[in-house]
Design a protein around this ligand. Structure first.
Ligand SMILES: Nc1ncnc2c1ncn2[C@@H]1O[C@H](COP(=O)(O)OP(=O)(O)OP(=O)(O)O)[C@@H](O)[C@H]1O
Ligand SMILES: [Mg+2]
Length: 356
């Protein structure tokens, strides 16, 4: 090979090396650019992810807030329905009380006159008897027929019980009115035992003829020493009425059932209502009302105080008795009302009220 050829080749080689070097530099620059771009993209992606995470947390929080709001709405709705029911009940009760009030006033107002007139007539008869000690045989027979001696004695008792009854109706009307206007009710010191006794008087008929004349319900009282209690007396009486009426209902049901299965044989167990009162710790008083009737299962016991819950036939129970009682004891008096019961083991209601 000639030296010029050699040089030529060398030059060519140098050129190739240069172009290669340039190419390498360019690809290096490209690589750097690419690297930078992917770093930027990665950063953007990271930002997007963290933003997404943030908005996910925000969404979750918002969801929780919405759930809380829904819960609050539901309780509010329940309260609204409840207060609407209560105010509808209040309006109804006030209407009934108003309607009963007038006729009761007629009866109560005229009872005094009726008694007076009867006394006058009796005096007249006595006067006749004095003036004409030996009346005609027809008259003598009639005197025997109507049993005049007994009639005279009984009449006064009759008037007395009629007056007590009319007074009690007035009281009930009054308590119905106070129930419909809770805030205007009278808060005063009363003898709780008097309240229970007068309620028993009203229920006397039902106690004597339980289960359609089949049996008499025995009432055992064990009254402790109670001071006068400051309370809404009319409403507390309403509670006694509801609980005692339920006890009688339950005993009646048991009496009828026993009688059906025993084919008319007499009851083995004496139907009984036990009433106990006492002052308990922390200046509270307690009233226990127990019956040995049908009792109830757990399912009924948990729903007992719910408005409109009843196991009685349509037309017999409204399911409001205990709901109203609960409101009177818990909300109006800051007390407690509990029930202990098992099926076929009777039921016991415990009322506790703080004495102020
Ligand atoms: N002493 C009890 N023994 C057995 N079950 C009872 C007794 N007291 C209440 N219950 C049960 O509780 C339910 C609810 O009583 P609540 O007094 O509120 O309503 P009601 O007696 O059915 O109807 P209302 O009193 O409005 O006429 C009754 O239907 C009954 O099933
Ligand atoms: Mg009832």
């Amino acid at each position: 090979m000639e030296p010029s050829d050699h040089e030529k080749k060398l030059k060519e080689l140098e050129k190739t090396v240069r172009t290669l070097k340039k190419k390498l530099e360019r690809s290096e620059a490209d690589r750097e650019q690419l690297e930078n771009a992917s770093e930027v993209r990665e950063n953007i992606l990271k930002n997007v992810i963290s933003e997404l995470e943030d908005s996910q947390i925000a969404l979750r929080n918002r969801g929780d807030e919405l759930e809380d709001a829904l819960k609050n709405l539901k309780t509010l709705q329940m309260k609204l329905v409840e207060s609407e029911k209560m105010s509808a009940l209040g309006i109804m009760v006030a209407g009934i009380a108003h309607e009963i009030n007038n006729p009761v006033n007629f009866i109560y107002g005229n009872l005094n006159y009726a008694q007076q007139y009867f006394q006058d007539l009796l005096k007249l008869i006595e006067l006749y008897q004095k003036k004409y000690p030996e009346p005609d045989l027809v008259i003598q027979k009639e005197i025997e027929n109507i049993d005049l001696v007994f009639l005279k004695k009984d009449l006064n008792k009759l008037f007395q019980s009629m007056t007590v009854g009319a007074e009690r109706i007035s009281e009930i009307v009054k308590s119905l009115r106070t129930f419909s206007r809770l805030d205007e009710a009278e808060f005063k010191s009363v003898d709780i035992h008097e309240g229970i006794d007068s309620t028993l008087v009203i229920l006397n008929n039902r106690l004597k003829q339980a289960g359609g004349n089949i049996a008499e319900i025995k009432v055992s009282k064990n009254y402790g020493k109670l001071p006068l209690i400051k309370c809404y007396a009319g409403q507390i009486n309403q509670v006694f009425m509801n609980i005692l009426a339920n006890a009688i209902d339950s005993l009646e049901e048991l009496i009828l059932k026993t009688n059906q299965t025993n084919l008319g044989q007499c009851m083995i167990q004496q139907p009984e209502i036990k009433i106990q009162t006492a002052v308990i710790a922390n200046n509270w008083m307690e009233i226990r009302i127990a019956d040995n009737g049908m009792g109830m299962d757990e399912k009924v016991r948990t729903k007992l105080f719910d408005p409109f819950f009843t196991t009685k036939q349509v037309g017999k129970g409204t399911g409001l008795g205990l709901a109203i009682s609960y409101q009177i004891i818990i909300e109006l008096h800051g007390g407690k009302l509990e029930c202990y019961s098992q099926p076929e083991k009777g039921a016991e209601f415990v009322i506790q009220i703080p004495m102020r």
